[in-house]
Design a protein. Structure first.
Length: 391
């Protein structure tokens, strides 16, 4: 019989061991130092056989923006179970307990990168961001010289004082972009520890203000874009020109963009390799508190929502939502024809902006009359999300 509880700081060495065994590589140096830091600050739940760790799940304390509103978020990471304890329901118990812990910590949503979408969808997470991984040869760059403007290039060892301006651009972009993760100082340090050889290019406008940046590495003949953030098209074009003038140093460029941004369509020859990847999932941890904080638009009448959640029982039930409050009500008090019904996974995806409500209704993930669908459609923001965090 396994015991499920929080992992103590003096047991972190066991977290390192199970991570190294299950992920088949060993952390050393700064990567290990980074893991140890997050193991200390995260709320980690372990399954113990006596004093021996059999399985674990970590929840990073983070924040994200959903339609302009800041939400405390638990980033699920380093989910692992030793093979002799698999197929015994250990992971189910760990996930249920980490949901309880995230709720206790006030984390209203949770995000993870799944090894299996169907596995985590069963437990209430669902996809909410589609990204495209692109790879194109340098000969597709236009030979016509573009306008690079003023670009400041630096790295972590030289002129790193410019990093403050990069953070400024990212924060500005974050506050106006749906779904994106806040990067606090700890997260910027994590990026540096995991990729200390990265360089930056910062686009500066005529008034001396930063307008965009890329974070990148050059590996052999590949230019890899790790981050690309631009506040306007001029900055975006300037950064692509900066990449273009490196073309004698590499044969291809790789990176990631949001599918809904139609990456590549602005190129003269956009027919290069692009792979759509579905590897980012979201879950509402506490429905009542999430709805109370959610930025509904022009909510002028009371709406009703019925939620099913098999693994977080506090979410199960019917909610009355209006501009003044969100309250749980007796299901018998609400006529079925007045209610929108969704499971927790679909609801989480929908309110994060992944699809409009008619898509969920068509795919039988939302049950409601045409009238109710229209009422909810009017008050839920439509902006599609972007998410570039990796736990």
């Amino acid at each position: 019989m396994l015991d499920y509880r929080k992992i103590r700081e003096d047991e972190i060495n066991q977290m390192v061991a199970i991570r190294d065994y299950c992920f088949r590589n060993h952390y050393t140096g700064q990567t290990l130092e980074d893991f140890l830091h997050w193991a200390k600050v995260s709320k980690s739940i372990g399954a113990f056989n006596g004093e021996s760790l059999a399985g674990q799940v970590m929840a990073f304390p983070l924040e994200m923006v959903i339609h302009g509103q800041l939400f405390p978020m638990g980033g699920i990471s380093f989910v692992a179970t030793y093979p002799e304890y698999r197929n015994e329901g250990v992971m189910k118990q760990l996930l249920m307990r980490v949901l309880e812990e995230m709720r206790a910590q006030g984390q209203l949503v949770s995000v993870l990168g799944p090894f299996s979408v169907s596995f985590y969808r069963h437990f209430g997470w669902d996809l909410f961001f589609d990204k495209v991984q692109y790879r194109f040869p340098t000969h597709l760059f236009s030979m016509k010289k573009g306008n690079m403007g003023n670009i400041e290039r630096f790295n972590y060892n030289e002129n790193r004082e410019q990093l403050a301006r990069v953070k400024e651009v990212y924060q500005t972009y974050t506050l106006k972009t749906n779904g994106i993760m806040i990067r606090n100082e700890e997260w910027w340090k994590r990026l540096e520890m995991r990729q200390p050889d990265a360089s930056f290019a910062l686009s500066i406008d005529q008034n001396g203000q930063p307008q965009g940046f890329i974070r990148y590495v050059m590996n052999d003949l590949t230019f890899e874009v790790l981050d690309q953030i631009a506040l306007n098209v001029s900055a975006e074009q300037a950064l692509w020109e900066f990449i273009r003038v490196h073309r004698s140093n590499f044969t291809e460029v790789i990176g990631t963009a949001a599918v809904h941004q139609s990456f590549g369509s602005q190129w003269d020859e956009p027919q290069f390799k692009k792979e759509v990847v579905h590897d980012t999932m979201i879950r509402i941890v506490d429905v009542e508190r999430f709805l109370a904080a959610y930025p509904f638009q022009a909510l002028t009448k009371r709406l009703y929502l019925k939620v099913t959640d098999a693994f977080a029982p506090w979410n199960q039930g019917t909610y009355a939502v209006d501009s003044q409050s969100v309250v749980k009500v007796n299901e018998q008090e609400v006529a079925q024809e007045d209610c929108l019904e969704m499971d927790i996974a679909s609801l989480s995806s929908y309110l994060a902006g992944y699809h409009e409500l008619n898509w969920y209704h068509y795919n039988e993930k939302a049950i409601a009359s045409e009238r109710i669908l229209n009422e909810w459609d009017r008050v839920v923001p439509k902006e599609q999300p972007q998410f570039y965090g990796h736990f």
